[in-house]
Design a protein. Sequence first.
Length: 385
Amino acid sequence: MSNTGDAGRRTDGRTEGTPAEGGREAAADPVRGVVRGAAPVPLSVLDLVTVGSGSTARESLRTSVRIARQAESRGYHRHWVAEHHSMPGVASSSPAVILAHLAAHTSRIRLGSGGVMLPNHAPLAVAEQFGTLEALAPGRVDLGLGRAPGTDPRTAAALRGPGRLDEAADEFPRRLAELIRFLDDDFPDGHPYARVYAVPGPVQGPAGRPPVWLLGSSGFSARLAGELGLPFAYAHHFSAAGTLPALELYRESFRPSAVLDAPYALIGVSALAADTAEQARAQVLTGALSMLRLRSGRPGLVPTPEEAAAYDFSPLEREFVDGWLSRVVHGTPDEVRAGLDALVARTGADELMLTANAHGGAARLRSYGLVADAYGMPVEPLTAG
């Protein structure tokens, strides 16, 4: 496994920022994150490219560029884009396309999928897409993979074609193994794909390739990631109750591999900081109402704070929203910092990936900046875009 040696290595195995030539971070380790400022672990960004009422996908994609550039300048370690389909309030149906755009506007932050839903795609196609991204942004690309559809069953059937909906998730380990073989170009002689090449890829000569992460919200991917010695990302932001069991299963199942010699677990966290607790509450309520509508079969654009405040919640809806908000770390910068610190202490997570779900891009940008300020993360010059 690639590592940074003794210099810059913390006693807990995480890497501290070490200035390199030109002010960039030394990036020898393709998996482990870099701790900046007083943060307890590396901090990263999960981007859903949310579309608010009165806005457009074009504006949201522009906001994603601004968030990625801000995250790079403030020392966030990576910026991932999630795959979702048939959701009007989420414009991230094509992570590889968005990541190529973000790569053109950044120069050092890691970029990745959080994740690509593998059952929706042919493994060769994913290998080609992420081989292309690696060629565009060498040493900066992560390939996060999930086995859920990222949508409802009807849309999943439209994505995958007739007859594949029931078997796609069950075949995830086989498809994962196939994808990794395409990335490494190491199908054995006699295999039907022995002379099928993912291009760009190793057939063209020695080159790096994206590290593979497994994503999950249950024990299946946690166990599989551990058995394969891969890094694991858990969706705490929408399945908080299963976080501790999944992380424990991952660590218990872990077997050292060529990728990792010890477990490395990242958790996604819904977090939003604002100048006041009242402002933060108003913003996160928009995301809660959006999720309520989605779960009720009424997906739409993310409502405005005014619309969310005026919504007449039924008792059952209020129960859902209160439960949802209890899992969102929100408030003033100091309150968010305290909440994130407590979460790390409770879970032992090696990295936090923050998703700031709110109606408008300005609130999301402000939140990531305030969190960076709360931890004293440095401001670094931007060199691209």
